[in-house]
Write a protein that binds this ligand. Structure first.
Ligand code: BGC
Length: 716
């Protein structure tokens, strides 16, 4: 009994924490990796014990999903039933499931979170979502999603963390640590190379090892190192095999190379060969149910759960294979204390108000000011403003499994009325006279992106036409873009007076927009991706099969009759700014770019030493000053350039950043440490990271294209 009490206390202590204040800087902050209450060995021993009492049928029922979103429980073995729920930007409520939550906070989408470049805030955002999971009896969060932004047309970019592996990795480690500090399991998804949604189930990605290691794996690696307890595989094939049944992907890349030990589950209906699935290293096949899925009309019943007995009988697999899968599920559950404690804790409901504050703070820091001609913003004096466009009265949000309904929704109209009162007039379809007589026009546009399909980089013709017309009629037009990814702005960017990228803001994020327009909040977001001038300029251009339309028809996502679309990642490591820099293609907006209502100056760059040896750290210091008249936050970025290399290397790569808040006239010293890995590339011969001796430039910038300070150091 005493023993049991001690264990319980360990779990309670492990998941108790104090709420920290919100902070729009991350100067002195360092996250703590998550360590499960019970270690791998100890949890494994207990799991073996439980497993030894289970029948083969029970084990088989454990390794396939239950009722779409559950891992089966077995009362006779005291194995709890566990609820798995989406996703990265809050809890997707499934009202079809009994006992589902009444409400959950709709946070700004993850790419917006990434635009804050605020790792501390990421931790708070994720911890809030972890708490909501606890309130809603959710043991496993089906997020964070973290596929790299390779094409702007990807319908799921809004769910992910942008184009840069270093930035994504820093956000993800904080996300994982935040969610799991509440006792909720975080699931890193989708492993790997699910970088577009166009016919995702019939896509075969051809990618080389160096590209995987430098671009597509780092965010997963960071999540694993931060202690993630679960990984979900992706729908696509990787080098010729579906990820969910690929030994190369699961046993090799994920388990052996990245060192992941805990639960690996498949994405929903993404495995096609039960023998391969069992042998791949996967533990849990989701959802384990056929009904409702037209995908099986052609393929038939190929679930592990329904075929395993026969497969054991005919010798295609062994009972030992089933044991391995079941053992790892149990081990993960036991390590997280799920055999000892209740998941549901309604005490967390009282924290929802705090979560709303975190959501709002995220929205504040996420908005990126792309253009501000003649400092039209902020709108300080009383001006007659006309508001028009698409998302004035309805909240724009990403769709699919990641969608979160939210509550107490604040529309753009409500938020702007609240901030500017009668100076705002909403006109759905303004005439020329109305447009011309307004002192400022606020024009809302954007896209509604969703899982299961991609969407064109270009806005629909009618929308594009309208923006061109309005910006031509009133030169004081401020365009507000709500989107989960880049859009084509080339046709009207010169005409617009100002442009704000406001992503999907979440249930209360329009308040942040109003604050930015009025100047109560100084924008500090920076782009986590490059926005190209035209889609043809981008590294992933050409991923659609010749002659095929990007617009998906109903049923396409589940249609397995399409021929396999082989997408060769020919650009290799040159994704995002690495591509535009190296190819000399000028994008419309560079990675890391974003304006403020103040200006920042950079000075006094010092490095700890001009020469360093392998294994040594290099410490960089510089002074950042707010040279303007209002308080603001700057995201200072450190890029590294290998001056001479035996292999192709990008012109520069992000290797450090800090978000620093400064009062007018204030200066702060910014310190960033680099280590050997920050100078390395993935060496395919050595199968390891390799930093080649020679010169490296250290570039300190306000964006990837606005380098303010520079020095050269030498690796001996
Ligand atoms: C998505 C996953 C999601 C799962 C369960 C799939 O369609 O790709 O991200 O977690 O559904 O909702």
């Amino acid at each position: 009994m005493k023993n049991l009490l001690t264990i319980l206390l360990v779990f309670v202590m492990a998941f108790t924490f104090n709420s920290t204040a919100q902070n729009n800087s991350n100067e002195e902050y360092q996250y703590k990796p998550f360590i499960p209450p019970l270690g791998y060995e100890e949890a494994g021993k207990r799991a073996e014990n439980v497993l030894s009492g289970m029948t083969l049928e029970e084990k088989i029922n454990l390794i396939g999903g239950h009722n779409f979103f559950f891992i089966k429980g077995f009362e006779n073995h005291k194995i709890p039933q566990l609820y798995l729920s989406d996703a990265t930007q809050g809890i997707h409520i499934r009202s079809s499931l009994s006992n589902s939550m009444e409400k959950s906070v709709a946070f700004p989408c993850p790419i917006a979170l990434t635009a804050t470049w605020n790792v501390r805030l990421t931790n708070e955002y994720a911890r809030s979502i972890g708490e909501e999971c606890r309130a809603g009896d959710i043991a496993v969060l089906l997020g964070p999603g973290m596929n790299i932004y390779r094409v702007s047309q990807n319908g799921r970019n809004f769910e992910y963390f942008g184009e840069d592996p270093f930035l994504a990795a820093r956000m993800i480690e904080n996300y994982v640590a935040g969610v799991q500090s509440t006792g909720t399991i975080a699931t890193l998804k989708h492993f790997v190379c699910n970088n577009n949604e166009f016919r995702r189930r019939t896509t075969n990605v051809i990618v080389d090892e160096r590209t995987l290691n430098e671009i597509y794996l780092p965010a997963f690696k960071a999540g694993i190192d931060a202690g993630a307890m679960s990984v979900m595989t992706s729908y696509n094939q990787v080098n010729g095999e579906w990820a969910g049944q690929s030994q190369y992907v699961i046993s090799n890349l994920l388990r052996k190379q990245l060192g992941f030990k805990w639960l690996v589950m498949s994405d929903w209906w993404s495995t096609w060969d039960p023998v391969k699935t069992i042998k791949s290293g996967l533990d849990l096949e989701m959802p384990g149910i056929i009904s409702g899925s037209p995908v099986f009309k052609k393929t038939g019943d190929i679930f592990v759960k329904t075929n395993a007995i026969q497969l054991i009988k005919d010798g295609s697999v062994d009972e030992e294979d089933i044991n391995r899968m079941a053992l790892n599920i149990l081990r993960t559950e036991i390590a997280m204390g799920l055999f000892e404690r209740q998941v549901k804790d309604e005490g967390y409901l009282k924290n929802f108000e705090e979560h709303e504050k975190v959501a709002l703070q995220t929205a504040r820091e996420s908005i990126v000011l792309l253009k501000n001609h003649n400092n039209i913003l902020p709108i300080k004096e009383k001006k007659k403003m006309l508001l028009t466009g698409e998302f004035v009265e309805k909240l724009p949000a990403g769709g699919g499994s990641a969608s979160v309904e939210g509550y107490d929704i604040i529309t753009m109209l409500a938020a702007l009325k609240n901030e500017f009162g009668d100076n705002i007039e909403y006109v759905e379809d303004p005439c020329d006279e109305q447009l011309q007589s307004a002192e400022i026009v606020l024009l809302s546009t954007g896209t509604l992106d969703t899982e299961g399909s991609d969407r064109p980089f270009d806005l629909p013709e009618s929308v594009e036409k309208k923006i061109i017309e309005i910006t031509a009629k009133n030169p004081n037009t401020v365009v507000i873009v709500n989107s989960g990814s880049g859009i084509n702005m080339t046709g009207w960017i010169d005409k617009a007076a100002a442009v704000l990228y406001a992503w999907y803001p979440g249930q209360n994020g329009n308040i942040a927009l109003a604050e930015v327009l009025s100047g109560t909040t100084n924008p500090s977001g920076k782009l986590p991706m490059t926005i190209e001038k035209k889609f043809e300029d981008s590294p992933g251009y050409g991923y659609l099969p010749e002659g095929e339309s990007i617009v998906a028809k109903s049923g396409d996502d589940m249609n397995m009759d399409f021929p396999i679309n082989t997408i060769e990642y020919k650009e290799g490591i040159l994704v995002g700014y690495r591509w535009y820099d190296t190819k000399g293609i000028e994008p419309l907006f560079h990675f890391g770019y974003g304006l403020s209502y103040t200006t920042f100056s950079y000075s006094d760059l010092k490095v700890s030493s001009n020469e360093f040896r392998k294994g040594e750290k290099v410490s960089i210091e510089f002074t950042l000053t707010n040279a303007g008249k209002v308080e603001g936050a700057e995201i200072a970025q450190v890029y590294v350039r290998d001056v001479q290399s035996s292999v192709l290397r990008p012109i520069k790569e992000l290797k450090g950043f800090k978000k620093v808040s400064l009062n007018p006239g204030e200066s702060k010293t910014v310190k960033i440490e680099l280590n050997e890995k920050d100078f390395s590339f993935w060496d395919e011969n050595k199968k390891d990271w390799n930093a080649e001796p020679g010169e490296f430039e250290i570039l300190i910038g306000s964006s990837s294209n606005d380098i303010r300070l520079k020095t050269t150091i030498k690796l001996l």
